[in-house]
Design a protein around this ligand. Structure first.
Ligand code: SF4
Length: 363
């Protein structure tokens, strides 16, 4: 496992434990974290149900731990209102707006790792070194001992990288969420606790495999004491403890009862992350933008409508159409960006869906 301190088997074992054991282990991790920093900690609080559950657990043990809410302007209005209504919440803000981030860096599309690969694949790169992960030219040893394509192979998205006339980037989270939190950490000397789970994505799973729940060995440290929880654990914990969550979720109900199992679900929204984010939208069954159209029509219109063409400052009329490795150089004359009327996401989704010949992201 290289530089990993844990194995996937360990993670699977923790994920399979009963909720009571998970609560006990999570409390231990929180106590260790608070002790390690002499109480100089804070909870990263988005107003979503996971961080609400985390805040509840932390404050059961340490009443005065502050919660920090990064007001990005991307939250559902009900979630922002709920977050700011909680006691001892510090509000921080990013230096840029989402429109500025999308205009200068690009739309957050598909996933962080794909957006990152696209950003690098599009840079001038005669040797094609930056494109290896995008074009699938990376062979790694597989579990069965043979060599095969890396799990980071993104060749499926090469077409998007080559053809889409808008910037795509993974930088949004860093600018809108991470930087303001890091600034808060520097100013306050506190160390963060976040409610993320390894199940939420490869990068989060990888972070747990590398550092465990309490990452003391990263520049400012980070605690993820719910890393081995599942969505069902979270819903069950909130329901059992009677924790108040943002009203946009509705109620938490048990939708399947048998002798041994109960499956929980929210009666309202099941996702309350950034309203306009496209990360992960291509793997959803119903589609977040379809739900947004029904629940928040004005926000939906702002998201889908608008958009404008601007000249591409990096356009090079002399650049050959294809690089030596066969990659089509990304060199559009004009770029699609948000306008005062809206984010222009309708055009972005149409482009993706047309390139892939089916509705990949419903809108
Ligand atoms: S979740 Fe999406 S929209 Fe929100 S900050 Fe991260 S990339 Fe931006």
């Amino acid at each position: 496992m290289g530089d990993f301190m844990h194995t996937r088997e360990e993670l699977q074992h923790l994920q399979s434990l009963p909720l009571a054991d998970k609560i006990r282990l999570t409390r231990e991790r929180i106590r260790e974290w608070v002790d390690a920093w002499n109480g100089r900690v804070y909870v990263s609080f988005s107003g979503g149900k996971d961080s609400t559950a985390l805040l509840h657990m932390v404050r059961e043990l340490y009443r005065d731990v502050p919660a920090v809410f990064s007001n990005t302007g991307l939250e559902f209005p009900e979630v922002r209102k709920f977050a700011l209504s909680q006691p001892n919440v510090t509000e921080i803000r990013p230096e840029m707006t989402f429109v500025e981030v999308v205009t200068t860096e690009g739309y957050p599309l598909i996933s962080k790792s794909v957006a990152n690969a696209i950003k690098y694949a599009r840079r001038p790169d005669p040797e094609g070194r930056l494109r290896r992960y995008m074009t699938g030219n990376v062979l790694v040893p597989l579990r069965d001992g043979t060599m095969g394509r890396s799990m980071f192979d993104k060749s499926r998205w090469q077409k998007l990288a080559e053809e889409a006339p808008f910037r795509i980037s993974d930088k949004c989270c860093r600018i809108m969420k991470k930087r303001p939190m890091k600034q808060y950490e520097r100013d306050s000397g506190r160390h963060g606790i976040v409610g993320t789970m390894a199940r939420e994505g490869r990068l989060r799973e990888r972070a747990w495999l590398q550092h465990g729940c309490n990452a003391y060995d990263t520049p400012h440290g980070l605690s993820t004491p719910l890393a081995f929880w599942t969505e069902q654990d979270m819903l069950e914990y909130i329901a059992r403890m009677g924790i108040e969550i943002a009203p946009v979720y509705g109620e938490i109900e048990c939708i399947r009862k048998s002798c041994h199992s109960c499956r929980y679900a929210t009666t309202g929204a099941d996702r309350t992350g950034c309203v306009f984010c496209c990360f992960g939208a291509h793997v959803e069954k119903r589609g977040r933008f379809v739900s947004l159209r029904e629940s928040h029509p004005a926000l939906y219109r702002y998201c889908m409508e608008g958009g404008q063409w601007i000249p591409n400052p990096d356009y090079d009329p002399d650049l050959p159409k294809y690089a030596e490795d066969g990659f089509k150089n990304w060199n559009p004359e004009r770029l699609w960006v948000p306008s005062p009327e809206g984010l222009g996401m309708g055009f972005v989704l149409d482009t993706v869906n047309t390139l892939y010949g089916r509705v990949l992201i419903p809108g």
